[in-house]
Design a protein. Structure first.
Length: 135
């Protein structure tokens, strides 16, 4: 607030395409979680019926998904991760599991940002690295 108690207005900052995509993916996960909560009747909204809330959230999710890049199919993501993991392991055979996982995920992000589920990718890479290093 300024001296008079008014909100200070900042000039809008430009977001990179990567930041915009990241924000949209967070919104996607939030909408999916909100739909699950609404379906489990855990909503506290008294102004909206359960069915109306689910329909509204589902519509918002559909609109968002229409403008986001299509996700890689699971099999394709696993193939890409296997290729990257093997290449990184050959380049860095003495690295720790954590370091290998980080390098693999960074390479995936460089070439396929926003086109995969990060949690799923991490789980697949962790499994691959553990099988290679015996973790």
């Amino acid at each position: 607030l300024d001296e008079e108690g008014n909100p200070i207005k900042h000039a809008p900052t430009a977001c990179t395409a990567e930041q915009q995509l990241r924000a949209a993916r967070f919104l996607e996960f939030d909408l999916r979680d909100s739909i699950v909560i609404a379906k489990n009747n855990q909503t506290k909204s008294s102004t909206e019926t359960k069915t109306a809330r689910i329909e509204r959230l589902t519509g918002e999710l559909a609109a968002l998904m229409a403008v986001l890049p299509e996700r890689l199919p699971d099999a394709e993501l696993e193939r890409i991760l296997t290729d990257i993991t093997m290449a990184v392991f050959v380049e860095r055979p003495h690295e720790s599991s954590a370091k290998l996982i980080g390098v693999v995920l960074n390479r995936l992000r460089t070439d396929h940002f926003g086109k995969y589920d990060g949690r799923k990718a991490r789980d697949v890479v962790k499994h691959l690295v553990d099988s290679l290093v015996g973790g």
